[in-house]
Design a protein around this ligand. Structure first.
Ligand code: FUB
Length: 449
């Protein structure tokens, strides 16, 4: 069955991934700072995105709006007593809420900050003043890294880390990644969660093992964790026992876990793909690896995945653990594997490993999360080979934190031995041009602030 496809891929023996598969040592391996806060009484902090609407209770504002990346929450507009406005914006205090409509005075809204919820709205100013706000959904105003501080690349040298995917939640920058334990082939059995609140000091802990999925028996490859509705979903490619690579999803109440299998079966596997495309040969299906999930401003989530030059796109249902409709192949130019989907200023960005290994990092954009994609350019050149090592795979993700975008990727030629199967996660700043294009990144020895 799907093993045929794996064998076929191995047979191709192109690129380091194919080679790696062929010599596997073991049978066992709103980016935009979250969602916009809701208006009204919400006590939960928003984590960026668009500002939530302010409360608009008749008797006064009921709280500040959600935090936003760029814009404060909107003002209250109740007939009596405007509500507080002003979500915390990205890196700056939330703006004041404008006066409520109808002349009855809006309150000033304090900015949400640090996820602690918007401050109370003051009373309306016109007799019918609004009562105190009950705490808006907080904006996330995260402190930027300290000026003069510096980090180091790779982030860790005590263990090998690979396939990073960033997630900013609250004021913590998380990186979900794999744990390379191989030498002459891929051996990945567990995933790490790396985290930092200052981009300089990082912690590393095991987040999950592939055996969280009872139906899996190997290959804890490149996954991504996302947040939606107070749950954390970790989409992971693993080897499905008796079959080939498949994508599972685990869920937890915290990025720290504990994670449990959300379905008890794969979300996507060869069987689903064959049914989707009416294939009778699993060898015709796309390579079911490297899931990326993006939750859009309206709550709609999208799953992309794929490898060996074929990228699949699909909508997820609201439960985050089932596919809405059909899978489609909509592959950006040059795509090889490792897609990462995000959004900035209304434009969708697909960042991905491009070209047969050694891979570069390229990107494409679209006005739809389902594509089609317009090639954007190169972000990261293939890492230079080092004698005795190689730099085969590349694996990217990008996220914004405290007003700065970052590229996470892995080195294969790090200072710790390196090589295709001993990779090390690194972070560098990523900058956009005014037209939305992405500037190239030069790998550094560490972040400087
Ligand atoms: O780590 C195993 C595979 O290597 C990943 O799934 C790919 O993205 C490549 O990095």
């Amino acid at each position: 069955m799907a093993r045929d496809k794996l064998d076929r891929i191995v047979g191709l023996a192109i690129g380091a991934v194919a080679m790696a598969l062929g010599c596997s040592e073991s049978a066992d391996d709103s980016p935009s700072q979250g969602r916009g806060g809701r208006g009204g009484n919400g006590a939960m902090g928003g984590f960026g995105g668009s500002g939530g609407a302010a409360g608009s209770a008749a008797n006064g504002g009921t709280g500040a709006a959600g935090g936003s990346t760029a814009t404060g929450g909107t003002a209250g507009a109740s007939a009596s007593g405007g509500s507080a406005g002003g979500g915390g914006s990205d890196g700056s205090a939330g703006s004041s809420g404008a006066a409520g409509s109808d002349g009855s005075g809006g309150a000033s809204g304090a900015g949400g900050s640090d996820g602690s919820g918007g401050a109370s709205g003051a009373g309306g100013s016109d007799g019918t003043g609004g009562s105190s706000g009950t705490g808006g959904s907080g904006g996330t105003t995260c402190a930027p890294p300290s000026p003069g501080s510096s980090g180091r690349n790779p982030l860790f040298t005590d263990q090998y880390t690979a396939d990073p995917a960033p997630m900013v939640h609250g004021c913590t920058f998380y990186i979900a990644c794999g744990h390379d334990e191989g030498n002459t082939g891929f051996v990945l059995r567990e995933w790490f969660v790396l985290s930092s609140t200052d981009m300089v000091n990082w912690t590393k802990r095991v987040g999950m093992h592939f055996n969280t999925f009872s139906w899996a028996n190997a290959n804890a490859w490149a996954g991504q964790m996302v947040h939606k509705d107070s749950k954390f979903y970790w989409y992971q490619p693993v080897n499905q026992r008796g079959s080939g690579m498949a994508i599972g999803v685990a869920v937890a109440d915290s990025p720290e876990g504990p994670f449990t299998d959300a379905i008890g079966a794969p979300l996507v596997d060869d069987a689903l793909e064959m049914e989707n495309w009416n294939f009778d040969d699993p060898g015709r299906t796309p390579f079911t690896i490297d899931p990326t999930v993006f939750v859009d401003d309206d709550g709609q989530a999208y799953l992309h995945y794929g490898g060996f030059g074929r990228m699949v796109v699909a909508r997820l249902n609201g439960d985050m653990v089932s596919i809405d409709g059909r899978l489609s192949e909509v592959t950006p130019r040059g795509f090889f594997e490792a897609p990462f989907l995000t959004k900035r200023n209304g434009r969708y960005y697909e960042i991905y490993a491009a070209g047969v290994n050694p891979a570069a990092i390229d990107y494409a954009t679209s006005d739809s999360p389902m594509g089609p994609w317009t090639y954007g350019g190169r972000i990261l050149d293939p890492l230079p080979n080092v004698p005795g090592q190689d730099a085969a795979t590349s694996h990217p993700g990008i996220a914004e934190f405290a007003g700065q975008w970052y590229l996470v990727y892995h080195l294969s030629n790090g200072p710790n031995g390196g090589g295709t199967y001993r990779r090390e996660v690194a972070v560098d700043k990523l900058n956009f041009n005014s037209d939305g294009s992405i500037q190239k990144v030069t790998p550094s020895s560490g972040l400087r602030f």
